[in-house]
Ligand binder design. Structure first.
Ligand code: ADP
Ligand code: 5GP
Length: 189
């Protein structure tokens, strides 16, 4: 049997529920820490620099790329998002597991770079209408951003078969239970 994993990547189309699942797991497991990504997106009202993201200017982000500080990065919805090498190094040296809230391509990059250490969970919305409803209800996007996010959802759903697990997020409690089961079985938490 292969050894337990230390890197957990959770992906879904925007509004699919990955942050909700991530928050639940991070609350439950002391040994699981959030990988704080860098982004050029502007902070939302409730977001804190250094906790939710490192909010950078485009120039600062491009410098990080050229200095080799990012493990992977993608341009998504008109902004850059990337995983910092320092987050993974910190996790290794302090021996904790790391949770990535990351887009599908980023998750597949993590798998390619750390094939033995990573576990990938995809969170599927029951369907695209429900996804739209949840995004509208969350109220965090302008109508333009909402449409951009929904347009990307189809591509993202098309890559879910490459994930280790695909959880249908219909009833939230059930989704959380399933995610928890996977984590206790496969992660070194
Ligand atoms: P993501 O991080 O993937 O963009 P969120 O976790 O923010 O998605 O979820 C989008 C919205 O849908 C949030 O308002 C969240 O509370 C809600 N939500 C998540 N899962 C469910 C569910 N199973 N049923 C109903 N609403 C949900
Ligand atoms: P949001 O703007 O909703 O916070 O994030 C938009 C998308 O970027 C989400 O799918 C989120 O998971 C993804 N994302 C966040 N951080 C990273 C990262 O470091 N790398 C990649 N590839 N995607 C990320």
């Amino acid at each position: 049997m292969s050894r337990k994993k230390t890197l957990l990547a959770i992906s879904s189309p925007s509004g699919g529920g990955k942050s909700t699942v991530a928050r639940y797991l991070l609350n439950k497991y002391d040994n699981l820490k959030f990988s704080v990504s860098a982004t050029t997106r502007k902070p939302r009202a409730n977001e804190i620099d250094g906790k939710d993201y490192f909010f950078l200017s485009k120039e600062e982000f491009l410098r990080k790329i050229s200095e080799g500080d990012l493990i992977e990065y993608e341009e998504i919805f008109g902004n850059y998002y990337g995983t910092l090498k320092s987050e993974v190094e910190k996790a290794k040296s302090s021996n904790h597991c790391l949770l990535f809230d990351i887009d599908v391509k980023g998750a597949l990059s993590i798998k390619r770079i750390y094939p033995e250490d990573s576990l990938l969970i995809f969170i599927s919305p029951p369907n695209l209408d429900i996804l739209k409803e949840r995004l509208i209800k969350r109220g965090s996007e302008t109508e333009e951003q909402l449409n951009i996010r929904l347009a990307r959802a189809k591509m993202e759903m098309g890559l879910r078969e490459q994930f280790d697990f695909d959880l249908m997020n219909d009833d939230l409690n059930n989704t959380l239970k399933q995610a928890d089961k996977i984590v206790t079985k496969y992660m070194r938490v």
